[in-house]
Ligand binder design. Structure first.
Ligand code: BG6
Length: 471
């Protein structure tokens, strides 16, 4: 097949600060929500203290990225390295760390694509304000974003504001939602979500003001929900799942207001957040320059009418069932047409093409894939290698889907899978790995922390070298 990716197509790989850096309290860094949540599980799995130890090994790691041939590296800055307590003093040591990393990447010919906030809200903001429940958190985020734009914006031109706001907001632990009453929890959730949208819009405006030629967008957890059957009710349930889990958030970014279906949900549930009249002007600035898209798998749903067993509000907007009030319910189903991989997840490259086509048609902005990958318990074999052919199969099929979507007309800027090297998975520590590079460590046994190139490393190296002509 001839080279089918345009010249300039970006081949990258991704990570996030709390999952890869370690050095959680070094260099003046303050604790984050991600640290706190990981420490709750320290007895059972690896936490953020060492993670992949990039904090101490970044020079060697950038050299490996260069060897891999990356044209871009998507990573996040830890807010608590730059402003340890969230909205106080700036840590020059933290700034210096990212300064050096960015310079090293650029010297290696790798463009830094930076996420400002990847699940790691400063813990001090939770203690001080209750986190995103309070508007002062929006001010703190914009201030932190402006510091990053001022300090790094001469070299970093592509920014993502918040990673997976639409998914994060549904995870109580990540939001510090402790309310036991589901309605109260959802009221808080809606308010926090709205504040994060304001934060996104303000940071977007700040980026345009402070970064010459700077481009910025949200990083979304994409969803593509198939109806279990062609029954109109099932089709509606599937659509509603995508509306209420994802599109409501992207619509807010792009159009500066919630769409009717989401306002309707908020009103019927009685959880409309406090919105000030002047917010409308701020929210207009959230328009995406590009969309950073994370894709792993698709969903499947059926319609479940409201009945005694599923009374309004029992598990609204959480868990496996989404309460749509009088619209009925949407129930997550296993897709009978897809096979689960050996490791559980249903693999669906066509879903990626569908998502890319749909989001591009709806928003008409360039898209970059900032996460896509297969988590598996990789093993270092006696020959000193990691034979992850299952990952190669997964990635090959998804890169093919990117090519198809581009033929469909999608403006795809690049492909940056998860993850550049093994890193901390939220609920499975290092038992589930995604990287091109194996990190020699166990859950608690740090072993050598040595880096080992997996088979997928050599495969991806060739994909990059041939600009996708050889998959
Ligand atoms: C994405 C997150 O949702 O999924 C990443 O942005 C995360 O931070 C990735 O690591 C994979 O999820 P998990 O739970 O397998 O690590």
């Amino acid at each position: 097949m001839p080279a089918s990716f345009p010249k300039g197509f970006r081949w990258g790989a991704s990570s996030s600060a709390f999952q890869i850096e370690g050095g959680w309290d070094e260099g003046g860094k303050g604790p984050s929500v991600a640290d706190h949540n990981a420490f709750k599980r320290s007895d059972r799995q690896a936490d953020t203290k060492v993670a992949s130890d990039l904090y101490h090994r970044w020079r060697g790691d950038v050299a490996l990225m260069k060897e891999l041939g990356l044209g871009m590296y998507r990573f996040s800055i830890a807010w608590t390295r730059i402003v340890p307590d969230g909205d106080g003093e700036v840590s020059e040591e933290g700034v210096a760390f990212y300064d050096a990393l960015i310079d090293e990447l650029l010297a290696a010919g790798i463009e830094p694509w930076v996420t400002l906030y990847h699940f790691d809200l400063p813990w001090a903001l939770v203690e001080r304000y209750g986190g995103w429940a309070d508007r002062r958190c929006v001010d703190a985020f914009d201030r932190y974003a402006r510091i990053c734009f001022e300090r790094f914006g001469d070299r970093v031109k592509h920014w993502q504001t918040i990673n997976e706001q639409n998914l994060m907001v549904r995870v109580d632990e990540r939001m510090n939602i402790a309310a036991s009453d589901p309605l109260e929890a959802d009221r808080l959730r809606a308010q926090m979500d709205y504040h994060m949208s304001l934060a996104h819009a303000r940071a977007t405006r700040s980026c345009h003001e402070l970064v010459e030629g700077g481009l910025v967008g949200p990083a979304i957890s994409s969803t593509c929900t198939y109806p279990l059957t062609p029954k109109p009710e099932d089709v509606w349930a599937a659509r509603s799942n995508d509306y209420l889990k994802t599109l409501y958030n992207l619509d807010m970014c792009q159009y500066g207001a919630y769409s009717g279906f989401y306002m309707d949900y908020l009103e019927k549930r009685g959880i409309v957040p406090v919105m000030l009249p002047e917010d409308a002007e701020t929210l207009r600035h959230g328009k995406m320059d590009y969309l950073a898209l994370n894709y792993y798998r698709t969903l499947c749903a059926s319609y479940l009418p409201v009945d005694d067993e599923h009374p309004l509000g029992s598990r609204a907007f959480r868990g496996n069932e989404v309460d749509f009030d009088q619209y009925g319910w949407c129930r997550d189903e296993r897709n009978p047409s897809l096979e689960a991989s050996e490791y559980g997840a249903q693999i669906d490259p066509m879903g990626l093409r569908i998502v890319l086509d749909e989001y591009y048609a709806r928003y008409r902005v360039p898209i970059i894939i900032t996460e896509n990958g297969l988590g598996a318990p990789d093993e270092l074999t006696a020959d000193g290698r990691v034979h992850d052919d299952y990952r190669i199969d997964y990635l090959r099929a998804h890169v093919g889907a990117c090519r198809d979507a581009m033929r469909d007309g999608v403006e795809l800027m690049g492909y940056s899978p998860w993850s550049v090297m093994d890193l901390l998975s939220s609920h499975q520590g290092f038992r589930k790995r995604y990287g091109f590079i194996y990190v020699d460590r166990g859950e608690h046994d740090l072993r050598s922390l040595e880096r080992v190139r997996k088979d997928s490393f050599f495969w991806y190296q060739n994909v990059i070298r041939t600009n996708g002509a050889e998959l």
